[in-house]
Design a protein. Structure first.
Length: 254
């Protein structure tokens, strides 16, 4: 089965920059996704006075073939470059990432590159226990596809912003797993303010991920936001305004 691909020429899938105050937020989408997953949240945060930059990670919002040519280093370096661009112009920089983007955001914080971090649906382990074997399985199963939808909760997602791949080259799963391990291992080095967002209805990541992030990080300022029964890509669900309001309150209170 071929991997289904969204129409990434649509405006919602384009990188965005919304200039606001002197506190800038870098928005990083997740594995197989696109910046469209972060746009509604980014727009709400901009309304609250923040400068917001949303990026498409290398190999995403393009083709699965492009994704296959990329590695975890390309994705992490894109996050580093995004922070670098904001750091030179704004007083305060926060990284906010969804899923794999949340892991990248955590690594940026562990490296001391940002002033605060907001991982959303960030996995410390995946419910799919085959992920650690992706580097081996890719020789037998070159790609994973989930067709038109990922599960019964897809109807809760805003279709105008749910733009991504309906699968991935299997070898990329090993790169995802690498970033998860890096983020998890580095948590004790994370000392900046931390706000973790996760849903009790997340069907993708290990349910204990949020507690592990909070418990293992070295941050003195921590906040947890639990959501009720919305799926993994919670940033384009009915909970998005709630997420934006809580992030705004957290960051403005620092």
């Amino acid at each position: 089965m071929n991997i289904k691909v969204s129409d990434f020429s649509r405006p919602n899938a384009q990188p965005f920059f919304l200039d606001g105050g002197d506190h800038a937020i870098l928005m990083i989408h997740g594995f197989t996704g696109s910046v469209s997953h972060m746009r509604p949240l980014g727009e709400k945060l901009h309304e609250a006075g923040f400068t917001v930059k949303g990026i498409n990670l290398p190999g995403h919002a393009s083709t699965p073939e492009d994704m296959k040519r990329c590695t975890w280093e390309d994705w992490l370096n894109a996050g580093r470059e995004g922070v670098k661009e904001l750091r030179g112009k704004y007083r305060t920089v926060t990284a906010c990432g969804l899923s794999m983007g949340g892991c990248i955001s955590l690594i940026l914080a562990e490296e001391g590159l940002v002033d605060s971090v907001v991982p959303v649906s960030a996995p410390m382990a995946a419910q799919n226990k085959l992920l650690p074997l992706a580097g081996v399985l890719c020789h037998l199963v070159p790609q994973i596809s989930w067709g038109e939808g990922g599960g019964p909760k897809d109807g809760m997602l805003d279709a105008d912003y749910n733009l991504g791949y309906g699968g991935f080259p299997t070898k990329c799963g090993a790169d995802l797993y690498k970033l998860i391990k890096m983020a998890k291992t580095g948590l004790p080095k994370l000392t900046c303010p931390l706000m973790v967002v996760q849903s009790h209805g997340d069907e993708t990541i290990d349910a204990g991920s949020a507690d592990l992030i909070l418990g293992s990080s070295g941050s003195q300022v921590k906040k947890m936001l639990w959501l009720e029964e919305v799926p993994h890509v919670c940033t384009i669900t009915r909970e998005m305004p709630h997420i934006a309001a809580e992030i705004t309150a957290f960051l403005q209170g620092l």
